[in-house]
Design a protein around this ligand. Structure first.
Ligand SMILES: Cc1cc2nc3c(=O)[nH]c(=O)nc-3n(C[C@H](O)[C@H](O)[C@H](O)COP(=O)(O)OP(=O)(O)OC[C@H]3O[C@@H](n4cnc5c(N)ncnc54)[C@H](O)[C@@H]3O)c2cc1C
Length: 454
């Protein structure tokens, strides 16, 4: 007979979203089981550009005591003195400040896992893979899992989908439960991304820097980006990402990456290489259902502008934990009981991702070269992107004022105005996230905004 395990909360996936959620629940003494398909000593390992801003981890430490990446233990690899967005034209350069960093995902992930496991109420089951989801009377009540000892049934009041971009739990929900969020995210709203970790013979030219660049290999797949992120004097994380649109089918991302590497670092040793997918859209319209909640990539919480999802995964994991505790305390873990988490997500990430979504639309319509031209002409400046990243609710008046220089290119002027108007409309809509009973009209308006052209 299949073994059955009972817990209050089952967290599926031990990436940053899952461990931050388990850690928060542990702090609140809630009986939690975290499972991951990986062996225990590999949980946390993830194909990633490795960039994570220490400002965020400092904030999470203050908020809930979540451990920060430790430089002594080489969890934090290098603080960046400079973050640069660089186009093909020598003047197409935007400085995005400083102070972000590269982290070793496995080391930091293992640190977080150990910290979560220290709580008496938290246990971890590695090499345990979600197979199917149990739904009874419209509630998610557990999963069937495959383990090295055979199949197990795990029952819980709340199941957290923290399985990353594969969103294994959400995708296994019955179709009739997926009316407020898509069961699967359309391909064109996903980025395919590939990275290599390389060791160079000599100190490389991107010392203490995070560089997002345009490379000719990207010409046919724009909007996309290439990155060179320093992990030390002779170590780099390099890679690229672009949308999985139909027109990009058949492109070989591994070869594109290799081509750039060979041009910049013909003698480099490749230490690791792999690809994966990242959601590149607004957050799911709803991230909850009866007995169900999604965090991190499984809730589409990666920034569409640059694919950064490590910080949002930690952040959403913490806040899912806070809202789960409240729902359990209130004895209501239905969709309605968990609804406040949606408001939190949209207030933060609906607002933050709005400009990224609008900018992607702009580049798709007017071409990457138009965007670069706006940068060269000083119409889009460093501070505009910084506002977007640091203080997204601030209005984009500077761009609109400077766009008046475009009177000789009226089509582009209209495009810039529409892009800014769309970003601001989405931000306003995100701030007005509705109560449970008023969701229908809100969703309808969101869908209209999402299909609006610039
Ligand atoms: C190439 C690339 C570069 C990136 N660069 C950056 C960057 O520089 N900075 C940044 O902030 N973000 C970056 N990201 C995005 C970032 O990696 C993710 O947003 C982040 O890891 C999401 O965290 P998560 O916890 O939601 O999911 P994940 O980190 O993907 O964790 C999901 C966990 O679920 C487990 N799992 C999956 N399926 C099952 C199953 N069936 N059963 C049990 N367990 C399962 C997995 O083993 C894994 O441990 C990059 C992504 C890619 C692909």
């Amino acid at each position: 007979m299949k073994e059955t395990i009972e817990t209050d909360v089952l967290v599926c996936g031990g990436g940053p979203g899952g461990v931050a959620c388990a850690f928060t629940l542990g702090k609140k003494s809630i009986k939690t089981l975290l499972i991951d398909k990986k062996p225990k000593n590999k949980i946390g390992d993830k194909v990633c550009g490795d960039a994570l801003n220490p400002i965020l981890t400092e904030r999470f430490y203050k908020e809930i005591g979540l451990p920060k990446p430790d430089p002594e233990k080489k969890e934090l690899m290098e603080i960046a003195d400079v973050i640069v967005l660089r186009g093909a034209h020598p003047q197409a350069q935007i400085k995005l400040g400083e102070g972000s960093a590269t982290v070793d995902r496995l080391r930091y992930g293992q640190h977080l896992l150990r910290a979560a496991e220290k709580f008496e109420s938290v246990s971890i089951l590695a090499e345990t893979r979600v197979q199917s989801v149990i739904v009874e009377n419209g509630f998610v009540t557990g999963i069937h899992a495959l383990t090295p000892d055979g199949e197990k049934t795990i029952r819980a009041k709340i199941v957290v989908d923290a399985t990353g971009s594969s969103a294994v739990v959400r995708r296994r929900l019955p179709k009739e439960m997926c009316t407020k969020f898509p069961q699967s995210i359309p391909r064109e709203q996903m980025l395919v991304a590939y990275r290599e970790i390389i060791r160079t013979k000599e100190p490389h030219q991107f010392q203490r820097g995070l560089y997002l660049t345009y490379e000719p290999e990207l010409a046919d797949v724009m909007p996309g980006y290439y990155w060179f992120f320093s992990r030390g004097e002779r170590e780099l994380n390099i890679g690229l990402g672009y949308l999985m649109e139909d027109r990009n089918r058949g492109k070989n991302i591994r070869e594109m990456n290799e081509s750039v590497r060979k041009r910049y670092f013909p003698d480099a040793e490749v230490l690791a290489s792999q690809g994966d997918q990242i959601p590149a859209r607004l957050p799911l319209p709803s991230l909850v259902h009866n007995g169900f909640i999604a965090v991190g990539d499984a809730g589409a919480l990666a920034n569409p502008l640059n694919g950064e999802g490590h910080g949002p995964a930690l952040h959403s994991g913490i806040h899912a934990g806070i809202h789960i505790e409240e729902a359990l305390r209130n004895g209501d873990w239905s969709e309605r009981g968990l609804w406040k988490y949606n408001k939190w997500v949209w207030k933060h990430y609906g607002v933050e991702f709005a400009m990224g979504v609008a900018l992607i639309k702009f580049m798709e319509k007017y071409g990457y070269s138009s965007f670069e031209w706006l940068v060269v002409k000083g119409i889009i400046r460093d501070e505009d992107i910084m506002i977007q990243l640091r203080n997204p609710t601030q209005k984009h008046r500077g761009v609109l004022r400077r766009a008046l220089k475009l009177l000789t290119r009226p089509r582009l002027l209209i495009g810039v105005r529409r892009m800014v108007a769309l970003a601001e409309a989405i931000q306003e809509h995100a701030m007005a996230y509705p109560n449970y009973d008023e969701f229908g009209p809100w969703l309808e308006k969101l869908q209209k905004l999402e299909s609006r052209t610039v």
